[in-house]
Write a protein that binds this ligand. Structure first.
Ligand SMILES: [Zn+2]
Ligand SMILES: [Zn+2]
Length: 392
């Protein structure tokens, strides 16, 4: 029987789980209720359950009836510090916290895949691990590394690993995938500028940290436009600029907090030096001083060609041919699923989620929502890709 039929039989449950998780969002490393909910379901279906793995992550293990390979499927469980404005009947009951990146859907779909595959236990040769990961949004220190360090990919060693992300820009219900880079390296820069404060009417007696930091913000864009190969994607964004106390006091210090996105590791490694040189040089030119903390976050997510092919095959089998979109371009977003692909062959794919029942708003927006009809499709592809991997 086609896996989609198995999934359709539990579609209402998957939607109900998604709504429950959506109504009770929790921030990264604090997914206590979500983890308990997930662990409870996995236990109900007879899986071996490991809770509190590397923090709040949950691992479910489905031992097949006979020996074989090991495949892992991963979902992220964390929400964002966003105040929900969707007006949905199942909107967040946790003020200031919202599933604005679709991780509620990812968790529900992985639960669905676990339930469908658990029912096939007698036909399965090998092991399927279901990784419900905490804190994907907590770059540069997300939940993937603690989960890997806790041994989630060992005993038995995972041969293949897959994950999906709901994606409004992919045609609805279709699977978007590509070999090679899919998501970007995401690093953090923090700049501390030190000048000399004083009276707002006497700038000549001061070193104005606001003016120095403003020049730095502007000049950082010249790194992208003047120091980088124009054919290499680089983004430098300063998201926070903090300085000053009063309108008529020249600020003695300023603080900038930003993110740097790249796809090429050589380019990435060149940036800490280039940014420090520019920042320190500009500060010195104004008689101020400045320092840069450059923190490497998630690396570029490289899908293995074989993993991407397996997603295509599984989608053809689960949803029928014509449901795969070969992506031409990666995203500058980051994903700590990248780390798993250093340990096992696999791929992340995107699932088109902006159907007739979805909002117009992008992920991380306070009005983001997706069409729940995507859930059964994603669940089916996840379950099918695991079955295919075990047959390799
Ligand atoms: Zn996100
Ligand atoms: Zn996300």
């Amino acid at each position: 029987m086609n896996i989609l039929a198995d999934v359709f039989a539990i579609e209402e449950e998957i939607i109900a789980w998604r709504r429950h998780i959506h109504a009770h969002p929790e921030l990264g490393y604090a997914e206590f209720q979500t983890a308990e909910f997930v662990a409870g379901k996995l236990g109900e279906w007879g899986l071996e359950v490991h809770a509190g793995v590397g923090g709040t992550s949950v691992v479910g293990v489905l031992h097949g009836a006979s020996a074989g390979r090991s495949v892992a499927l991963r979902a992220d469980m964390d929400a964002l510090p966003v105040t929900e404005e969707t007006g949905l009947s199942f909107a967040s009951q946790n003020p200031g916290c919202m599933h604005a990146c679709g991780h509620d859907g990812h968790t529900a779909m992985l639960l669905g895949a676990a339930k469908v595959l658990a029912a096939k236990q007698s036909e399965i040769a090998g092991t399927v691990k279901f990784l419900f990961q905490s804190a994907e949004e907590c770059s540069p220190r997300g939940g993937a590394i603690p989960l890997i360090e806790a041994g989630a990919l060992d005993n038995p060693k995972v041969d293949y690993i897959f994950a999906l992300h709901l994606w409004p820009e992919v045609p609805f219900g279709k699977v978007g995938v590509k070999a090679g880079p899919l998501m970007s390296a995401s690093d953090r820069i923090q700049v501390h500028v030190t000048g000399r404060g004083g009276h707002g009417a006497a700038p000549h007696q001061t070193v104005d940290a606001v003016v120095v930091a403003s020049h730095i913000v502007t000049a950082l864009q010249a790194i992208v436009s003047r120091q980088m190969d124009p054919l290499e994607p680089v983004v430098v964004t300063i998201g926070r600029f903090i300085a000053g106390q009063r309108h008529n006091v020249i600020a003695p210090t300023a603080y900038l907090d930003g993110t740097v996105r790249t796809q090429n590791e050589v380019v990435r490694q060149s940036l800490p030096h280039k940014i420090s040189q520019l920042v320190e040089g500009i500060a010195a030119g104004f008689g101020a001083s400045a320092s840069v903390d450059y923190e490497f976050g998630y690396p570029t997510l490289h899908n293995h060609p074989e993993g991407a092919r397996m997603v295509v095959e599984a989608t053809d089998l689960a949803l029928g041919e014509g449901n795969v979109v070969t992506l031409e371009r990666p995203s500058m977003g980051g994903e700590d699923f990248a780390y798993y692909l250093d340990h096992a062959v696999g791929a992340m794919f995107w699932l088109g989620c902006k159907g007739p029942g979805a909002s117009e708003f992008p992920v991380h927006n306070s009005r983001f929502d997706f069409d729940e009809q995507a859930l059964s499709r994603g669940t089916a592809v996840m379950a099918e890709v695991a079955l295919q991997a075990l047959r390799k």
